[in-house]
Design a protein around this ligand. Structure first.
Ligand SMILES: [Zn+2]
Length: 411
């Protein structure tokens, strides 16, 4: 892709149009519009923010934090459509979004799992006593939780939005990642979506969440340790080598585009587990170029569409971005998206039972190669077999082991 850098500066710097405001209880709300438009935001409700209820406790056995968020017990659970708090407000009903319509909107969660601006000190273990450590160390709740609504259409799905809207969602994720990472009390930002009642979704309206954790999460900590160890032993970039290995093997590549590669890793734990890597070494969402964002938007919609065709009905999934924490050593982490589903057959769900929940050892009933083959066969949903989308570059489908063998620019 070549961008003409003459008269049109927007091409590379193009971003969704942003409007920030405050809800009646002081929470922040930010609108991201596909096209520039002016908004006047006034929340007419008389609400206050519940105080307290957020706490963190340290598990000295696993060396992990657990958030205690008692207020969440009282949050709205699967309300009927006319009671949805994420729909636009109307003359008769005030929701969380004081506008008659919106494209994408982000606001602070009224019932956050993490809240507060007191960071967890990196040396918290060395500055405490053995008695406090073994007792589960209390820490005031910290961090920040936001809700992202992908569309104002209650009955829609992320898989059904336009490529332009998906791009706005990517811009919102990137914008919020940068903003939250700059806040005191936030160490790592996780943009994710839980989809489907099978996953435990409490609101049907198409939405995701953004968590600003006040510490490095256990999964990311392990990823960083693995990457550091790999670099030490092999003088290589673990993420780049994983991507190169998958491309070279080809059997688990689901789609490749100019800027992204989607595959099921050889060690997939879940029946459906897609990893989407940028072809370029990028650590966090805000670093993505406009071309990379557009390309991802088209690819992601394609993949979500295929996922929904795998079984009877929409695929329940959890999808989230792994990105570098604030204090991570530069160059160690590679941004990537991980999407996984607990559905393993038409009427069967994968439950985390004894081995998975009790010991952390996963047993996957479906070979990753087989699931990749099924996803490849479903092909780009909207582009027939030409792979040519009306917008952006469309995604190439890896139909055979060789199809994925083109050299990836991994570094
Ligand atoms: Zn709704």
């Amino acid at each position: 892709m070549t961008a003409d850098s003459h008269q049109a500066p927007p091409a590379e710097n193009r971003r969704a149009h942003k409007t920030g405001a405050q809800l009646a209880d002081g929470r922040e709300i930010i609108f991201f519009d596909d096209e520039p438009r002016s908004r006047t935001v006034q929340d007419r409700r008389e609400i206050t923010r519940p105080e307290g209820g957020n706490e963190m406790r340290y598990d000295p056995l696993l060396r992990e934090w657990v958030a205690i968020a008692a207020a969440r017990q009282h949050r709205t659970h699967l309300p009927s459509t006319d009671q949805c708090p994420l729909c636009p407000s109307t003359a008769d009903r005030d929701t969380e979004v004081p506008q008659a319509s919106y494209d994408v909107v982000v606001f602070e969660n009224r019932f956050p799992s993490f809240r507060g601006d007191v960071p967890v000190p990196a040396d918290f273990l060395s500055t405490t006593t053995a008695a406090a450590e073994s007792a589960g160390l209390l820490q005031p709740g910290s961090g920040r939780c936001e809700v992202v609504c992908f569309t104002d259409e209650h009955t829609s799905q992320l898989a059904q939005v336009s490529a332009a809207r998906m791009r706005t969602v990517v811009d919102a994720w990137a914008d919020r990642s940068a903003a939250m990472l700059a806040e005191p009390g936030v160490e790592q930002v996780y943009c994710f979506e839980n989809r489907g009642e099978e996953i435990g979704v409490t609101l049907h309206h198409p939405h995701g969440q953004i968590y600003g954790y006040p510490f490095i999460t256990p999964r990311t900590r392990t990823l960083l340790e693995s990457a550091a160890d790999y670099r030490e032993r092999r003088d290589g970039d673990l993420f780049a080598d994983i991507l190169a290995s998958e491309i070279s093997d080809g059997r688990r590549i689901v789609a490749r585009t100019e800027h992204w590669t989607a595959f099921i890793p050889a060690w997939a734990r879940w029946p459906v587990e897609l990893h989407i890597y940028p072809n370029r070494a990028v650590e966090r969402l805000p670093e993505l170029t406009s071309a990379e964002r557009d390309d991802f938007a088209a690819l992601y919609l394609d993949l979500l569409g295929r996922g929904d065709q795998l079984f009877d009905g929409p695929l329940p999934y959890i999808s989230g971005w792994q990105q570098a924490p604030a204090s991570a050593e530069p160059g160690l982490m590679r941004l990537h998206l991980q999407l996984f589903s607990i559905r393993r057959a038409e009427n069967k769900l994968k439950f985390l039972a004894g081995s998975e929940s009790g010991m952390g050892v996963f047993i996957n009933d479906i070979a990753p190669e087989e699931m990749a083959r099924r996803l490849v066969e479903l092909g780009p949903v909207s582009g027939e077999d030409t792979g040519t989308e009306s917008q952006d570059s469309g995604s190439q489908t890896a139909g055979s082991p060789n199809a994925g063998s083109q050299t990836g620019e991994t570094r």
